[in-house]
Structures are given as C-alpha cells and as structure tokens.
Ligand binder design. Structure first.
Ligand SMILES: Cc1ncc(COP(=O)(O)O)c(C=O)c1O
Length: 378
C-alpha cells in the first residue's frame, strides 16, 4: 500500500523495555525498570478509589467537556476553566497542536535532543522540524532559536516546542533566556509557543520559570502538563493544554469528542486533590535523585544536573553494550542513541531498593566493559 515519503520514513518511538519482556527473554525473577520516568510510588489511593467507583458507569460515554476535571484542574493550575483542553496524554495534545496549526510543508521549531514526540508528530503530519543545536551544557539554546525565528521571514514556522525541563537531558531554560526569547517570539505573527512542563513539579532550581506567569503578557503562549509523572498515572493517559480559549477552540474542533475516558477523568480529579501523596512523591524523588547523582559522581561518571525525575549520564562506553549488560543484571535503563547520544544512558529515579540495585549493577557492568574514551564526545 502506498504511503507518503514522510510516513514511510518514520522511525517508531521506542518506549522503555517492559519488565515482563525482560524477565521472559533473560529468564530473570527480579527486574527493576528505571527507563520511562514513571513514578515508583504509583497513583494516589484516592485516585484508585475514585476510578473503582467510576467502573460502575463504564456503559456510559465519558463527559466530552470533562466538566468536573476541568474545575479541579483550573483550580490546581490557577487558570480559568475555559483555558484548558484535555488529551489522551500530553502526547495526543502535541499531535493535535501540529495537526491543527501546521499545513504540510510548514515547520515546527525545537531543539536538538528535545523530547522526540514533537518531531515524530510533525513528521506524521508532513510537517518539517527545524532543530537548533543544544548548548555545550545540554540546554535549549533560546538565543539561536530566536535568531531562527527572526530569519523565518516567510512565517513557515508555526509552532515552537520548548520542553522545560527537557527529557532526556533534564536541563531547564532559565527565566532570563525565556524572557529574552519571548520578546522575539511573542511578537511573531501566526506563531504559537508551547512550553511542555511535563516535569514541572519536580523542579527545585529558582532559576527557571512557570509559563503560567506569562500567559497574560503573551497571547500566543501555551503550556502542557501531564498526569503521567508526579501524579503516577502514566497508564491512564491524561494531559492538559493551557492557553487562550480562542486557540483551544480549534483543538476542540479537531479532537475526538471522547478522547479522555471516564476513568481518566475521575482518577485525575481525585489525584489533584491528594496533596499528601504529591508531597510524598516529590520527597521520594528528590532523595532518590540526590542518591543517584552522588553515586554517579563516586563512580567517576559525568552526569547533567537534572530538574526532572531522571538523570542523564555518560557511561564513557558504547551505551547499548552497557544497557544490554545491565539488562542481564535485571536493571532496565534507557539508551538515548536515538537522541544522538551513543554513550549516554538515562536513569529514572525509583524506590530506594531500585536505586541501590541500579547503582550496584552499573558498578559491576563498568568493570566488565572497559571505557572507550574515543567514543564519548563529552
Ligand atoms: C517532556 C515530555 N513531554 C511529554 C511527555 C508525554 O507525557 P504523556 O504521558 O502525558 O503523553 C513526556 C513523557 O515522557 C515527556 O518526557
């Protein structure tokens, strides 16, 4: 069957290797998955109770307007309810943004090694991705991105995607860089800027920013949040896009009316109200991240300070070989070759016992596989 060149050239997104598959393939009893930036504590018990209750109503179609969830999310994000559009994960919203706002042949602008969904959704919609190189410390180069916008006199670039913090690098954009960038992007015709804040709650540095604070200043600014990370609901699929109702109106026309199922609506609403669970997740994650980075330092491995629930580090070796050897030790990490980093691995924060298992496995594997300084560009 004939398909377009763009579709035939898509390299499918490769998710973290599943636990069951690893156990089956390697005959292992215990496997720790620290590969998908998931929440080790799982969902809030209140969310589980609300979803259990909602099971009895599964013969009904979900509320297409997500009324109750909309009120809860509006209050959590401190925006008006009609400034929200929900999606089947923020991934669906990224896809909807591209399909709604870009014509085939037009472009999105993002960074090298940005979260892959932006480029993948663009490619599926026959939209070009303009990528600006990262800075030497693996941050988005907003100065170069602003220059790219200024050079785009034909207004071919319709959307800008900024991940803050970014996955897989874990780095953030500083408030100052963002403000300078918006002085250019905020005045561009027919351009929307989307800040993806999937890891927002984990950020500890005071150097970054909340997009919420700029919504009133820039009418072409929107942001994304997800219930998949700090709320531990990755399997439920719930993301939210925040922006002016006039922009979201088009998204509502394009989206499937029942794109957010009733369990997701009930579970997400209850999760938003469980502040104690959120606090527990944050403290466990921060303690785990501090442990992992201390240990990476002890092992003499370069890592990039992360503001997410994961850390990117340089094995100094062929990362695929290290990844395979770690699998045999029962630990799943995430290779990032597809982001252009052949010696790096991304390690998600898990429970204490998982973090310890990951470090001891890594320590063993690093002895087994000798360093290859030529391979690493860092
Ligand atoms: C930066 C970033 N944005 C969005 C997502 C997707 O989140 P969701 O599960 O809501 O589709 C991820 C998931 O890993 C991510 O890292």
């Amino acid at each position: 069957m004939k398909v377009s060149k763009e579709i035939s050239q898509i390299i499918p997104y490769s998710p973290g290797k599943p636990i069951a598959e690893t156990k089956r393939e390697l005959g292992l009893q215990v496997v720790h998955k620290l590969a998908s930036n998931e929440c080790p504590l799982g969902p809030s018990p209140k969310a589980v109770a609300a979803m259990t209750q909602a099971l009895n109503e599964l013969h009904r179609y979900p509320d297409p307007s997500c009324y109750d969830l909309r009120q809860g999310m509006a209050s959590y994000l401190k925006v008006a309810p009609d400034w929200l559009a929900f999606g089947n994960g923020s991934n669906e919203l990224i896809d909807l943004l591209v399909r709604t706002y870009c014509e085939p042949g037009e472009a999105i602008l993002t960074s090298q090694a940005a979260f892959l969904a932006y480029a993948l959704c663009a490619q599926a919609a026959r939209v070009r991705t303009v990528e600006v190189p990262l800075t030497a410390d693996l941050r988005f180069d907003l100065t170069a991105m602003a220059r790219t916008l200024e050079a785009d006199t034909q207004n071919q670039i319709r959307l800008v995607f900024i991940a803050n913090p970014n996955n897989p690098t874990g780095t953030v954009v500083t408030r100052r860089d963002f403000e300078t960038f918006m002085k250019v992007a905020g005045g561009k015709k027919d351009l929307l800027v989307i800040v993806d804040e999937a890891y927002f709650e984990f950020v500890r540095t005071a150097d970054s920013f909340s997009t919420r604070n700029y919504l009133e200043t820039y009418s072409n600014l929107l942001y994304l949040r997800t219930m998949s990370k700090v709320f531990g609901l990755a399997g439920l699929r719930l993301g939210v896009l925040v922006g002016q109702p006039a922009h979201l109106d088009y998204i509502h026309r394009v989206r499937n009316p029942f794109n957010v199922n009733s369990l997701a609506q009930a579970g997400a609403l209850a999760a938003l109200g469980d502040h104690a669970h959120l606090e527990r997740v944050l403290h466990t994650t921060w303690a785990g991240l501090d442990f992992l980075t201390t240990q990476l330092h002890r092992l003499g491995l370069k890592f990039w300070p992360s503001e997410g629930n994961f850390v990117l580090f340089d094995t100094g070796r062929d990362a695929m070989a290290v990844f395979q050897a770690l699998l045999r030790q029962g630990v799943i990490m995430r290779p990032v070759v597809n982001y252009g980093f052949p010696t790096l691995l991304r390690l998600s924060v898990g429970y204490d016992v998982e973090n310890h298992a990951a470090i001891s496995a890594l320590e063993k594997v690093l002895i087994e596989i000798r360093p290859n300084p030529v391979a690493s560009k860092f």
